[in-house]
Design a protein around this ligand. Structure first.
Ligand code: UFG
Length: 336
């Protein structure tokens, strides 16, 4: 029988794509989501993509009684924990909310898992834990730091998992440090759908492409990079989803915990991403050069060797595929 996986935050951007990848890999999945940053029609769309009914429980990961009930009702083999708040700027304004959702939310989940004797967890971490790395590509042994409350929560969660794993060898954690996830499922039925004006680059460019926003502000062109704009390691969300399945496979088969980067290993500048999006949507996109954004670093891209070695993970989709799939999603979304 298919093993059943609980996806907290499974209706969100990365969670919904991972749901599809899990079903394709033969897993069964249960979604828990409070829909604070996800559209309610995501579950209908997942049913269309997978051709099977979706089990989705609406609720909060902070509710231990709800979590206990889910573990009692379902034979869960492992958990993938996406449910968290993720906007860097908002975290500066509302640190307590971020500390509570991201750190207390993880603790509530771990307590409930322990009661249910489920000891396998894949955790959504972030390349934000590296700050501005001294060496590029950044590998998993690099020093960790934080620049804002969001980054602080990811670091505390990683360190908490280390303490817990060291104290009790029944636990096994897959800590996945995401670089910059973009793109959408090939059907264009699910994708990234920020509630407000997007903070992140590709969702913002997407809204310029649809005409909802007038122009992109490029936050700084005086960095020490070839064209002066910031460089990041963008990874297609379907590649990222695949990484979760591979992490889960490793936890469930060998029981070996791991901490790995999930990126492509290639960095692209803001202007290179803009040009790729222009190729995808077929027209030029207006932009202006604006001052640097507070807290931004010049250049980050990941060393991908450990993920390849431990999980067999390799990102296969490039920047043009990321932008084309994003455009397919937003253009469809606008017309439906
Ligand atoms: N950028 C612009 N204009 C915009 C938005 C972004 O020029 O309107 C630039 C940024 O200055 C940066 C690049 O585009 O150089 C990427 O910015 P994003 O906001 O898309 O992504 P970040 O790299 O700043 O942060 C993202 C996530 C974090 C995560 C981090 C990990 O938002 O949660 O990647 O590397 F921690």
């Amino acid at each position: 029988m298919a093993q059943k996986i609980l996806l907290t935050g499974g209706a969100g951007f990365i969670g919904s794509h991972t749901y599809v990848a899990l079903k394709n890999a033969g897993f069964d999945a249960v979604i828990l989501d409070n829909f604070s940053n996800a559209r309610r029609d995501v579950t209908d769309r997942l049913e269309v993509i997978t051709g099977t009914p979706v089990t989705c429980i609406e609720g909060d990961v902070l509710s231990e009684s709800l979590l206990d009930r889910i573990f009692a009702d379902h034979d869960i083999a492992a958990v993938i924990h996406f449910a968290a708040q993720k906007a860097v700027g908002e975290s500066v304004e509302k640190p307590l909310e971020y500390l509570n959702t991201n750190i207390a939310g993880l603790y509530a989940l771990l307590r409930s898992m322990r009661r249910a004797e489920v000891f396998r967890l894949v955790f959504s971490s972030s390349a934000t834990v590296y700050g501005q790395p001294d060496h590029l590509p950044v590998n998993e042994t690099a020093g960790r730091s934080f620049n804002n409350p969001y980054g602080f929560t990811k670091l505390v969660c990683e360190q908490s998992l280390e303490q817990i794993a060291a104290s009790d060898d029944r636990w096994a954690f897959g800590v996945l440090r995401y670089f910059n996830p973009v793109g959408a499922h090939e059907t264009g039925l699910i994708g990234e759908d920020p509630n407000d004006i997007p903070n992140n680059l590709v969702p913002y460019i997407a809204k310029v492409a649809t005409g909802e926003l007038a122009r992109l502000s490029v936050w700084g062109n005086d960095y020490d990079t070839p064209d002066g704009t910031g460089i990041r390691d963008y990874i297609h969300v379907m590649d990222l989803a695949k990484g979760h399945v591979q992490s889960l496979d490793a936890l469930l088969t060998s029981g070996a915990g791991h901490v790995v980067n999930l990126g492509t290993g290639t960095g692209y500048s803001v202007l290179e991403v803009l040009q790729a999006y222009e190729r995808a949507c077929g027209h030029t996109l207006p932009y202006r050069i604006a001052p640097r954004r507070a807290g931004d670093v010049a250049c980050v891209y990941g060393d991908t060797r450990l993920a390849k070695q431990i999980l067999g993970f390799k990102a296969e989709l490039g920047l043009d595929e990321m932008c084309a799939s994003s455009w397919n999603w937003v253009a469809r979304r606008k017309n439906t």
